[in-house]
Design a binder for this molecule. Sequence first.
Ligand code: NAP
Length: 313
Amino acid sequence: MGKIYDVIILGAGPAGLAAGLYAGRSRLSTLIVEKGKDGGQIAITDEIENYPGQIVEGESGPSLIARMTEQCEKFGVDRVSDTITSVQLEGDVKKLCSSKAEYEGKTLIIATGAFPRPIGCKGEKEFLGKGVSYCATCDANFFEDFEVYVVGGGDAAVEEAMYLTKFARKVTVIHRRDELRAAKSIQEKAFKNEKLHFMWDTVVEEVTGDGILSEMTVKNVKTGELTKIEADEDDGMFGVFGFIGRVPNTEILEGTALELDKGYIPTDQDMHTNIPGVFAAGDVRVKSLRQVVTAAGDGAIAATQCEKYLNEL
Ligand code: NAP
């Protein structure tokens, strides 16, 4: 029989890594399972201005995450890179299964985060990586001196649009309303940026091109007017970055006894879900503020509650 961990953590973003740190420091046998790169969405964030103490000039999401990972490893947390395809959440031992292995734990912390919401236009999937992107940090350099469009009007869209102005010749934010949702302080900076332009009351209907994105049809939602945008002849291409919110990573939990609310996991203030021994932390949870600082706080609470649960078993 394989090892039964005290705590299994699904996901190595800030919530999962904070949970790992706290569980490891409590000398609980702990396993973190992550299918991709550590960091979740932070791994693709260029600047983190609002994590307390984060004032090191030029520090990015990946470097902050690298330190969190190192700190976790220091406290003896086991790590595995695997894609979980099914879970068994009820009973005293929780089971996570992939195509190659089965992992067992007395408690489980779900910290699977959320992924970028697709723009929802025709051709989006086909041109992903060929002009369509959801990650400015990853792809901005491909658009050095080209034109770029950013879809969305929240903090992420406006901040990433400003970041893209460091690379692109011109950046146009396409927003479905006539005012931004982004924080006023972010808006103020954006409106001062000469490379940044705005296309209001507009949605993207279709992206197309000959192998690489070079044409887009947008619609004015007030007048219904359709406009075709073509790449500059010398460029032959442009970029479209989508930042219109996120979707929780809970597909594998659908159909289980775990309660979900629009895909997010409801918890109490101590990160308990409706199933004993199963906790949730970070962006995957129903909450009002999805930030690195709140994810890390959730992870710390969840791990502490695992210890309490185990002591009471
Ligand atoms: P968000 O705040 O939910 O904004 C999503 C934006 O996309 C909104 O402007 C929304 O338009 C638009 N949108 C949604 N669905 C759309 C669709 N189908 N078609 C076109 N546009 C659509 O998401 P976010 O910007 O990713 O931010 C998520 C959370 O992270 C927020 O709490 C945010 O404050 C936080 N965040 C903070 C920072 C920071 O503080 N530095 C940076 C990034 C993110 P409407 O406005 O019309 O609804």
